[in-house]
Design a protein around this ligand. Structure first.
Ligand code: ZN
Length: 230
């Protein structure tokens, strides 16, 4: 209802001591309106009830605003976040200590290059969860081990590829990686058998020589014809 329509109707209603409220558009008795001498008919445009409701909603909004401003200025938001993070870190450190004990009891050894990686004598690589992992149900994970294009098992650590047999030799045979001079060799020739008793540290030259003589003439020949179908 527009204000002009309301004014027209109010002319007739005033005779009956009634008036239309400008907010709820209901016809109400003049006693339900507050007195305002500055307005045309000497009464307020809205009924007392509507003004009360408006006032209450306005006060409520003000309270909410003040509460939110307090919340921001007190820094309670940040404090709560910091508390939560501290709690999670404490829990994490406890759990990690437990995991480390567990792994050492099972015969795993910590890998020198990364404290969160462990390897056992069979070449199984385990990984501890990182601090940045937001899920609280932490667990010991298997490292993601794949074959490289030579067929050796490898996994990623510190964003670099590491060969499993070299890590086993490093932790169980005391091998220090030194470029091309010394290499870790598989004694039985099976490059997937990474048990430390199957590994030996030899010079690169010896390793190459072994590879040359390991294959008989027949094997070398078979290699060339295996792709051909008769
Ligand atoms: Zn009203």
């Amino acid at each position: 209802m527009t204000s002009i329509e309301r004014k027209r109707k109010n002319k007739f209603l005033f005779v009956k001591n009634k008036k239309i409220c400008s907010t709820c558009n209901n016809i109400k008795l003049l006693t339900e309106y507050g007195i305002d001498k500055s307005s045309n008919y000497g009464f307020r445009a809205s009924c007392k009830n509507c003004i009360k409701q408006n006032y209450n909603s306005y006060q409520y909004k003000l309270k909410e605003k003040k509460r939110y401003e307090k919340y921001l200025t007190n820094g309670s938001l940040k404090k709560n976040q910091e508390k939560r993070q501290k709690k999670i870190l404490e829990q994490y450190e406890k759990v990690i200590l437990k995991f480390r004990k567990e792994l050492i009891e099972k015969g795993f050894k910590q890998i020198r290059q990364n404290k969160n990686f462990y390897v056992n004598e069979n070449g199984n690589v385990k990984k501890l969860p990182s601090k940045t992992n937001k899920n609280i149900d932490w667990s010991i994970q298997d490292a993601y081990v794949t074959k490289n294009h030579y067929g050796y098992l490898k996994f990623n650590m510190n964003a670099k590829p590491f060969r499993v047999h070299q890590v086993v030799a490093q932790e169980f045979l005391g091998h220090i990686p030194c470029g091309h001079k010394l290499v870790v060799d598989h004694i039985d020739g099976n490059i997937l058998n990474n048990h430390y008793s199957n590994l030996q540290i030899v010079s690169n030259y010896e390793n190459l020589a072994k590879g040359m003589y390991k294959k008989t003439k027949e094997q070398r020949f078979l290699k060339y014809i295996k792709d051909i179908k008769f």
